[in-house]
Design a protein. Structure first.
Length: 229
């Protein structure tokens, strides 16, 4: 079993999910008392959030590249960036290490295609929904991507940073998210990508008839599959 180097803490609420899903996946594959080989570097998210607000993505990249190098030096055989938004600097992180980076958008696109989806909605931070680093990666793999309108994008982003990253699950926010999912389904989305690793804490499969793709779970399971090759 290869060792997974997990860049976490962005937020730590979803990092808990990564750890749990990775270990569950190994248990399902190997049985017994097997568990995942994981090295975790958990960053101080406030530092990175300040860089993001200042749009200093070079500082974000440098910070995470240093962390990734530390994981590689500690014996990680691959890097998993436990957040969608920080894949904006995935190329810089990949350049900083000699081990592969398991890309969250690639893993999600593969599952979407396997499930037969061609047109998907995308929820996430403003950066994930509006910048092209994520949508373009999905489109290159044959998916048509739609995002909510401007006001709903602001709402989704606010809930992520003001509530979900702090572990706050508000029923009123769930209602708004479900409304947005329904609206994207009405626009032809066959499924909606929960493109922030915390959204799966708020919106569960039983909450909606719209198929959802939980990127935290997908990414974690994909990493385990790579670790067991």
């Amino acid at each position: 079993m290869k060792t997974i180097g997990l860049l976490g803490g962005m937020s730590w609420e979803s990092t808990v999910g990564y750890y749990q899903v990775m270990n569950q996946a190994v248990k399902e594959r190997l049985g017994g008392l097997h568990s995942a080989r994981i090295l975790l570097f958990s960053v101080d998210f406030q530092v990175l959030r300040d860089f993001m607000v200042d749009e200093d993505w070079d500082a974000v990249a440098a910070h995470l590249a240093d962390a990734a190098r530390t994981l590689e030096q500690g014996g990680a055989d691959m890097i998993v960036i436990g957040t969608n938004t920080m894949h904006k600097v995935a190329p810089q992180i990949a350049d900083a290490v000699s081990v592969p980076v398991v890309h969250i958008a690639d893993a999600t696109a593969q599952v979407a295609r396997t499930e037969g989806y061609a047109k998907v909605g995308l929820l996430g931070t403003i950066f994930t929904m509006e910048d092209d680093f994520y949508t373009q990666r999905l489109e290159e793999q044959g998916l048509e991507v739609i995002v909510p309108g401007a006001e709903d994008r602001k709402l989704v982003d606010r809930v992520i940073f003001d509530e979900l990253c702090k572990g706050e699950l508000c029923s009123c926010s769930r209602t708004e998210y479900l409304r947005i999912l329904d609206a994207m389904a009405a626009q032809g989305a066959q499924a909606v990508i929960l493109g922030c690793t915390e959204i799966g804490l708020l919106v569960r499969p039983g909450d909606t008839d719209v198929p959802t793709l939980d990127t935290c779970r997908i990414h974690a399971v994909t990493a385990v599959e790579e670790a067991l090759k």
